[in-house]
Write a protein that binds this ligand. Structure first.
Ligand SMILES: Nc1ncnc2c1ncn2[C@@H]1O[C@H](COP(=O)(O)OP(=O)(O)OP(=O)(O)O)[C@@H](O)[C@H]1O
Ligand SMILES: [Mg+2]
Length: 288
């Protein structure tokens, strides 16, 4: 394998080496060093143009840590404009602040209660300590009703043979199930001075009942000052679908449209990572 693979400029003039003294990406790419690897949901080498959204999220986490209310977030926009990448950043920021954080992707073939319970298992295990408090014990009871076995020593396993604890996470009642699961966990997190962040991608694929439950739990969390926040990402129809599911949705969520990067903002996406490798783009090629 060659160290340097040459991409021949097709129909263009080769750059004048005397002009910059640096190679340009139009001519050579080093496969082992190439900083660009675009792909769906993949964090770009340079994340640009979303400072407002990131700042708002950071403030929301800090407000909740201080027992101040903060709205959950809805990111909506066309395909390919960076919604999943934003959720990834939200996830990273919450984890950095030691929040219990899960990201799931809604899909039409699996009910939310299953996807969510599965994703939350590792988070619950993280919370389990020998001196687990009341709230965690209650959360474990709810998990038990979700057909998962978690004991106070931290061992957990899937299983469908467990008997539900009377009245908690009882199979069939979607509303109560998910509310109890999230509510118990948020309070268990608070018991350990942490928060709970639930991030859901492709949220337009949730059923109306599921969206309704998420609105209700977010509202309840706000009233009870739980350290709990959600971010939903989805298609442009998501705000409409949400408000149909629950007329109260716009009071519970703060909506951010994820649009194409503004003119001029996109340039650094190309030039920044190259510059870090000591490579300069031609202005003409990068559009800057
Ligand atoms: N703020 C940004 N700065 C630079 N690149 C970005 C930014 N946001 C997204 N990208 C890049 O754009 C591409 C699409 O991003 P992403 O997958 O997050 O979009 P999406 O809206 O979730 O699309 P999909 O319809 O596939 O779900 C990815 O390659 C990603 O790295
Ligand atoms: Mg996506």
């Amino acid at each position: 394998m060659t160290e340097l693979e040459t991409i021949r400029p097709s129909g263009r003039q080769a750059p004048d080496p005397a002009r910059s003294g640096l190679p340009t990406l139009r001519v050579c790419v080093q496969p082992r060093q190439n900083p660009y690897s675009p792909g769906a949901g993949r964090r770009p080498a340079a994340l640009v143009g979303r400072d407002g959204e990131l700042q708002d999220w950071s403030v929301a986490l800090q407000r909740l840590e201080n027992a101040r209310p903060a709205k959950s977030v809805v990111l909506h926009g066309l395909r390919g404009e960076g919604r999943t990448v934003m959720l990834g950043e939200f996830h990273r920021m919450a984890e950095e602040r030691d929040w219990m954080t899960v990201t799931i992707e809604a899909n039409t073939s699996s009910p939310l209660r299953h996807t969510l319970a599965r994703a939350l298992y590792p988070a619950v295990c993280e919370l389990v300590r020998p001196n687990a408090g009341d709230k965690l014990t209650k959360a474990l009871a709810t998990f038990k009703a979700f057909s998962v076995k978690v004991d106070l020593a931290g061992a957990w396993s899937f299983g469908f043979d467990l008997v539900s604890e009377q009245g908690r996470g009882h199979v069939g009642g979607l509303d109560a199930d998910i509310s109890e699961l999230i509510g118990d966990l948020a309070q268990a997190a608070r018991e350990q001075s942490r928060g709970l962040a639930i991030l859901i991608d492709e949220a337009q694929d949730l059923t109306r009942d599921e969206l309704k439950v998420l609105c209700a739990i977010s509202h309840q969390g706000g009233q009870l000052r739980w350290p709990f926040v959600m971010a939903l990402a989805g298609s442009p129809s998501l705000p409409r679908v949400l408000s149909k599911a629950n007329g109260f949705a716009e009071h519970v969520f703060s909506y951010r449209e994820i649009t194409q990067l503004q003119d001029g903002a996109a340039g650094p996406v190309l030039t920044g990572p190259a510059a870090a490798e000591g490579v300069r783009w031609d202005e003409e090629a990068s559009g800057t």
